[in-house]
Design a protein around this ligand. Structure first.
Ligand code: NAD
Length: 256
């Protein structure tokens, strides 16, 4: 059980981050949710998790594109035993047309944020005598596709950061690993299916198999619950010697 542990999950008012926060709460962890907004809905998500799982759940607003706000998030959490760096954005364009502001935002949110939160969390973990750093990278942290230069550079960077942090904490009871999802069925992905059906003149099953999951051999999406389950496993005693590595949850994508 993760009772008594506090998990800070960046970018967790939707999608994978929310799924991971829920599974960690199900395992007994107190959770800190985050995004850059500060709406009643954001706080209501935390309240619902507290209700459902009987843990303490808080929502703390912080923009992961800002070094100061990343660091302040971990400080405001007060305690961080499990750090899940999940916040991420995407932009698709050929490298010669890739907007500079999009490049900078993706590097800041998808890569640098993990550096800033980790820098504040690791000393706390050392002081508390236990810690888990879990970075949500991607199959695109291990392989590439055209037109996603910033995202793929950032995700490869996250994998490198993960290995380095693992070596620096190797003799502490702390591990650092990256989860590399393939295509995950989140509300955002779900919402793209009707458009794709129209564009390609295909039914849902065809769009999923032939367009969206063209590179995912299982021809099935991974789920946010599976990401949460993998994160929970990385927090278990069974995973205490798993550090500095990547766990692909990608239906065979990176085996191709
Ligand atoms: P999503 O858009 O549902 O979630 C992204 C989260 O990050 C949201 O909660 C959003 O509010 C937050 N966020 C965005 N910008 C932020 C900022 N500046 N500050 C704080 N929070 C911010 O997408 P998702 O699919 O759940 O993605 C989560 C992570 O998983 C990302 O790092 C993404 O790259 C990675 N990933 C997703 C997939 C997939 O198929 N969905 C596959 C591989 C990796």
């Amino acid at each position: 059980s993760l009772e008594g542990k506090t998990a800070v999950v960046t970018g967790s008012n939707s999608g994978i981050g929310l799924g991971v926060a829920k599974e960690l709460a199900r395992a007994g962890a107190d959770v800190v949710l985050n995004s850059f907004t500060d709406s009643a809905d954001d706080h209501a998500i935390a309240d619902a998790i507290a209700q459902e799982f009987g843990v303490t759940a808080r929502y703390i607003q912080a923009d992961m594109s800002s070094a100061e706000e990343c660091r302040a998030l971990v400080e405001k959490a007060g305690r961080c035993d499990i750090l899940v760096n999940n916040a991420g954005i995407q932009h698709v364009a050929p490298v010669e047309e890739f907007p500079i502001d999009k490049w900078n935002a993706i590097i800041a949110i998808n890569l640098s944020s993990a550096f800033h939160t980790t820098a504040v969390a690791v000393p706390q973990m050392r002081a508390n005598g236990w810690g888990r750093v879990i970075n949500i990278a991607s199959a695109h942290g291990l392989t590439a596709s055209p037109y996603k230069s910033a995202y793929i550079a950032a995700k490869h960077g996250v994998v490198g950061l993960t290995k380095t942090v693992a070596l620096e904490t190797a003799e502490d009871p702390i591990t650092a690993n990256a989860i590399c999802p393939g295509y995950v069925l989140t509300p955002l992905v779900e919402s793209q299916i009707p458009d794709q059906m129209k564009t390609h003149g295909m039914d849902r099953d065809q769009v999923v198999r032939e367009v969206m999951l063209a590179r995912q051999p299982s021809k099935d999406f991974a789920t946010v619950e599976q990401m949460g389950g993998t994160a929970t496993f990385l927090c278990s005693d069974a995973a205490a010697q798993i550090t500095g590595t990547t766990i692909s949850v990608d239906g065979g994508w990176t085996a191709l």
